[in-house]
Design a protein around this ligand. Structure first.
Ligand SMILES: CC(C)(COP(=O)(O)OP(=O)(O)OC[C@H]1O[C@@H](n2cnc3c(N)ncnc32)[C@H](O)[C@@H]1OP(=O)(O)O)[C@@H](O)C(=O)NCCC(=O)NCCS
Length: 171
């Protein structure tokens, strides 16, 4: 079951995210966010974009969210998306289902383009984004230092909706 997140999901989302922060280069954060910080992030995302969770037997096992691509005003119809499943939960269709639901929310608010950054290598994330129609844009080389090495980040973008221009204001 996929639903909008609420503040009560902060602990589950923080727990899912923490091992990716401490043990991998999938995210460039160095310190896992606290439950309070995660609650703030969820609230902010819900106000302007979207934050969804997926439940398995009533337990949150993954989440996807979107945030601003860049602060400058003309970028505002573009957003950056991300998805995390609890470690070990792979290839069940959850990543795709979360993203498809996320994109529906974003389209409903008026967003036009999703972008995503993937620290390389990450076969699952590259596969997911390719499968969902993200077009490769380019790769920042040695752009982040974490866990004793430099890492490349590949960027992709995907149209969310093709609608008449000028774009309507976001809701
Ligand atoms: C990336 C992630 C969300 C994918 O979720 P998932 O539930 O495993 O993916 P799905 O089962 O929905 O698969 C969707 C498509 O992604 C691709 N894919 C998934 N895992 C893959 C893998 N290991 N290798 C290649 N392609 C893969 C496939 O094209 C798949 O379609 P298919 O079922 O026809 O093969 C999940 O692996 C994850 O949480 N990884 C850790 C966090 C992360 O990397 N997040 C992205 C940050 S950029």
């Amino acid at each position: 079951m996929i639903r909008d997140a609420g503040p009560e999901d902060a602990a589950a989302c923080a727990a899912i995210y923490a091992p990716y922060v401490t043990d991998t280069t999938i995210t460039f954060e160095i310190d896992p966010p606290s439950v309070e910080e995660m609650a703030v992030r969820i609230k902010q995302a819900l106000e302007t974009h979207a934050w969804l969770v997926i439940e398995d037997d009533g337990r949150v096992t993954g989440y996807a969210y979107a945030g601003p691509m860049k602060a400058r005003a003309a970028y505002r119809w573009s957003c950056e998306v991300s998805v995390y499943l609890e470690v070990g939960r792979r290839r069940t269709g959850a990543g795709r289902a979360l993203y498809e639901a996320l994109f529906e929310r974003l389209i409903a608010r008026g967003y036009r383009t999703a972008i995503a950054g993937i620290t390389l290598p990450n076969d699952a994330s590259v596969g997911l984004h390719t499968s969902l129609g993200f077009e490769p844009i380019g790769t920042y080389r040695k752009i982040g230092w974490k866990l004793g090495g430099w890492h490349d980040v590949a960027w992709g973008q995907r149209p969310l909706a093709v609608l008449p221009d000028p774009p309507a204001e976001l809701t």
